[in-house]
Design a protein around this ligand. Structure first.
Ligand code: UN1
Length: 499
């Protein structure tokens, strides 16, 4: 009998009111049932939000450096459990163990980085125009934060959202993706064991339509942070717009790596391999376009291809594997559908283009790393997010053209340029429309102390990570203290040096 896991509401692990469960299966071996998780609905969300609202009354009054201690403790617990949590994560979503270790590490980094905000959370003090008067601004918590997270970074992304929300004095209700509920349990357990007061952190499992929508629409949830598809992000935005609810969106990408004719091609190939096929291409930051200068196109392609074909697919728990499966059957169907579209559009399929089979691969949702060339910017495979191990090569003849092709998309998350020319690098940095630009590095691998997010339909102007995330989870309050003992009128009393 499979193990049953629970929601976490008001400090207790509880079943859903529905009494129903959903299965969590290993994408590398569909016969491996990881566990059963509550298929919750709006009633569970209401209970969790009520608990979070009640707990926030006291949590907002805990001094921020004390709130930060919860994060530091949770960070230490995640460190102690890193190996076990990484294994659980690989088992439930497939990416190779080295990468799930990186995912847990990103949560640890975020715990310590956001914990530091407990002693910063800087505001301004500034001069004021009237005598005997003082001006300053402080960050205030917003209230209950509803956090809706994806399966591709099952611990890093919940940590990006929860830790800053908590240190700012909000309480949270987390709704994790249905493909990775175990990592969410492990994450919340670390916070529980670190001593989170009941109701400060709540977890409700279930689907987007039942649980996610109820969270987004709940009037007591004052801020929503969502990472996922642009289509769902737009629905959430229109729902939040109706009540002017604060919303941070982290959506799709169509990230590109430019390879100029003076690039170190060995390095550019390494970068493309990691950027396109790391995490089986299932990162928002994954490289899905290679924009290559015509003078090195043939050479670059010839160097890349055997490396792609040599990538070892397999169960991520096997240290020999370099590329794990796609997260589920539907994802594999959708990726394959895009490959068909690419072929129909007239792109040249160089390798891959079909599910991987044979031996243990038959048990999981594996897909062969796929490279298309002769791709033009108007093709759908050059414009739409595929979220799988598929990369499209586009030919360009100049830096201007490269940047123009790179920008010719509705998205703008990550980007990269390989060149040895410092002038070209800085022009690209200036002209690329994206939230993140790498020079001589792949499009993946953001660190937690720099802002994470993108332009255009990748988001709505907010950034995660860094101190910039604090803008999502706080309201500014401006404070004027008049110690003159009389009524002073700003902009009107002009008894100053101006005369
Ligand atoms: C994501 O794909 O949603 O920069 C997050 C990176 C990782 C985070 C990716 N640190 O690739």
């Amino acid at each position: 009998m499979a193990e049953k896991f629970h929601n976490f509401i008001a400090g207790r692990w509880v079943e859903s009111k529905t009494g129903q469960w959903f299965e969590n299966r290993n994408p590398a071996d569909k016969n491996d049932l990881v566990g059963l998780f509550p298929k919750s609905d709006a009633r569970d969300v209401h209970e969790a939000v009520a608990a979070a609202k009640e707990a926030q009354k006291a949590w907002r009054l805990v001094p921020a450096p004390k709130r930060a201690e919860l994060l530091y403790k949770a960070g230490r617990i995640l460190e102690e459990r890193k190996e076990a949590l990484s294994r659980d994560m690989t088992r439930e979503m497939g990416k190779v163990l080295n990468e799930t270790r990186g995912d847990v590490q990103e949560a640890i980094d975020t715990a310590y980085y956001a914990g530091g905000e407990g002693r910063r959370l800087f505001g301004d003090t500034c001069p004021v125009e009237l005598p005997n008067k003082f001006g300053m601004s402080v960050r205030c918590p917003i209230g209950v934060a509803g956090l809706i997270t994806p399966w591709n970074f099952p611990m890093a992304i919940p940590s990006w959202k929860s830790f800053p929300a908590l240190v700012c004095g909000n309480t949270v209700v987390l709704k994790p993706a249905g493909d990775t509920p175990l990592s969410a349990v492990n994450f919340v357990k670390a916070l529980e064991d670190a001593g989170a007061p009941p109701g400060v952190v709540n977890l409700v499992h279930g689907g987007g339509t039942e649980v996610g929508a109820a969270l987004v629409e709940h009037p007591d949830v004052r801020v929503i942070s969502f990472t996922g598809s642009t289509a769902v992000g737009k629905q959430i935005a229109s729902s939040c717009g109706k009540s002017l609810k604060r919303l941070s969106l982290e959506l799709g990408g169509k990230n590109a790596q430019i390879v100029m004719d003076d690039a170190d091609l060995d390095l550019a190939v390494e970068g493309a391999l990691w950027g396109a096929f790391g995490t089986t291409g299932q990162r928002c930051t994954a490289t899905s376009r290679l924009i290559v200068h015509e003078r090195v196109l043939a050479k670059f392609t010839e160097m890349l291809l055997p490396r792609v074909q040599a990538l070892r697919l397999g169960n991520g728990l096997d240290s020999n594997s370099q590329v794990g499966p796609l997260v589920n059957e539907q994802r594999r169907r959708e990726v394959h559908q895009y490959v068909r579209i690419g072929v129909e559009e007239g792109a040249t399929l160089l390798c891959g283009g079909e599910p991987a089979s044979g031996g243990s691969l038959d048990h999981g949702w594996f897909y062969k790393p796929t490279v298309f060339t002769n791709v033009t910017r108007s093709m759908r495979i050059a414009r739409e997010e595929i979220f799988g191990p598929v990369v499209a090569i586009l030919r360009i003849g100049s830096l201007e053209e490269a940047v123009d092709v790179l920008n010719d998309t509705n998205y703008g998350l990550s980007s990269s340029i390989y060149t040895r020319d410092v002038n070209a690098a800085f022009r690209a940095i200036r002209d690329i429309e994206a939230g993140i630009t790498y020079v001589n590095g792949p499009t993946i691998g953001a660190e937690v102390q720099l802002p994470f997010g993108g332009v255009k339909e990748t988001g709505n102007g907010h950034r995660e990570a860094s101190h910039t995330v604090l803008d999502t989870y706080t309201e500014w309050k401006s404070i004027y203290v008049d110690y003159s003992g009389r009524l002073q009128k700003a902009q009107i009393d002009t008894h100053d040096a101006r005369g």
